[in-house]
Design a protein around this ligand. Structure first.
Ligand SMILES: O=P(O)(O)OC[C@H]1O[C@](O)(COP(=O)(O)O)[C@@H](O)[C@@H]1O
Length: 337
């Protein structure tokens, strides 16, 4: 199949009404933190059990169109011996892969970070594709403080994300570009809006420079919110208004869908905020989710590493996915909780 047709097919599978993407691609240090909170040691076997549980959830594909996996998951199997990416496809869910190699300090930009992983990416993608991955994800982070993100960090990160996206498309893999403006800090919502606008503007400029086909890419941004140490948290209507205002200024209509990250919001907050955005319809793009914590947290709490809790954990995940499916249509109400 021609590369453009392949990319288009993946986009059509990923972007569906009432559905979104499940992020289950925590790197080993991140999943260790999540497991630690429920008293489970992060061994390869426990990660296999947990991620099998997620993928075996009955009806997962009702509200989930794609799942982002971590490298090791591509090779893992269920107790019955089915490869996990194969199971995703049996559930009607497209398998994707996190391809960045994590972040570190950006030289000569104190307080800013840059994400690694471009070296050898083309070859790695060919391998992941052979293992069943059809899309990829790369996350960059931006810290808000009095002096960050610096113009250098904004430019360097945009360049890296655009290079990653161009390489993915050349391999027939749909790129999800994730510029996360972190919510840590005391800043107000206006400061987050200003930073998000600068970051997205630079990112789309870089995507254009690198000739990335926007019709065949997805954006995974953070929502515009006050910092988590700001005295007043914003209501969903305010988050929705500010987020959509910034997205409309910076994201071309050619991009099919914007799938938000949850970034530390509670599951209920993330659902209510997405719902409020969809209530502002129509927009040029679909507004959906690509949550990690906000989808998985209730399932993790129900599971606690105990095989007897698998069905309860799957029910919790299915329920949360359904509520976000409703938010995707602007039909969620808090009394559904
Ligand atoms: O383990 P990493 O690479 O730090 O990534 C952390 C997580 O952040 C995400 O990009 C977004 O997750 P959240 O919705 O929990 O913020 C996930 O895809 C990823 O698992």
């Amino acid at each position: 199949m021609a590369i453009q047709d392949e990319l288009q097919e993946t986009i059509e599978q990923l972007v569906q009404k009432g559905k979104g993407i499940l992020a289950a691609d925590e790197s080993n240090p991140t999943i260790a933190k999540r497991f630690d909170a429920i008293g489970v040691e992060s061994t390869e076997e426990q990660r296999r059990r947990y991620r099998s549980l997620i993928l075996e959830t009955p009806g997962l594909g009702d509200y989930i169109s794609g799942i982002i996996l971590f490298e090791e998951t591509l090779e893992q199997r269920t107790d019955e011996g089915t490869l996990l990416p194969e199971l995703a496809s049996l559930q009607g869910v497209v398998a994707g892969i996190k391809v960045d190699k994590g972040k570190g300090p950006l030289a000569n930009a104190p307080g800013d970070e840059i994400t690694q992983g471009l070296d050898g990416l083309e070859q790695r993608l060919a391998g992941y594709k052979a293992q069943g991955a059809r899309f990829a994800k790369w996350r960059n982070v931006y810290h808000i403080s009095s002096h960050t993100p610096s113009p250098l960090a904004v430019e360097a990160n945009a360049e890296v994300l655009a290079r990653y996206a161009a390489i993915c498309q050349s391999q027939g893999i749909v790129p999800i570009v994730e510029p996360e403006v972190l919510m840590d800090g005391e800043h107000d919502i206006q400061r987050c809006a200003e930073v998000s606008e600068v970051v997205l503007h630079a990112l789309f400029h870089a995507l254009h420079r690198h000739r990335v086909v926007l019709e065949h890419a997805l954006l995974k941004p953070s929502m515009v919110t006050p910092g988590n140490r700001h005295p007043h948290q914003a209501r969903p209507e305010e988050v929705a208004r500010e987020t959509v205002r910034i997205l409309r200024r910076t994201v071309p209509a050619a991009l099919p869908s914007i799938n938000f990250l949850s970034g530390g919001q509670s599951p209920e907050q993330a659902t209510a905020n997405l719902n409020a955005m969809n209530a502002l319809a129509p927009q040029p793009w679909e507004l959906s989710f690509s949550y990690g914590r906000a989808l998985q947290q209730p399932a993790l709490l129900a599971w606690k590493g105990d095989p007897d809790n698998v069905a309860a954990a799957q029910a919790a995940l299915y329920r949360r996915a359904g509520l976000n499916g409703a938010a995707r249509r602007g039909e969620y109400q808090t009394n559904m909780e």
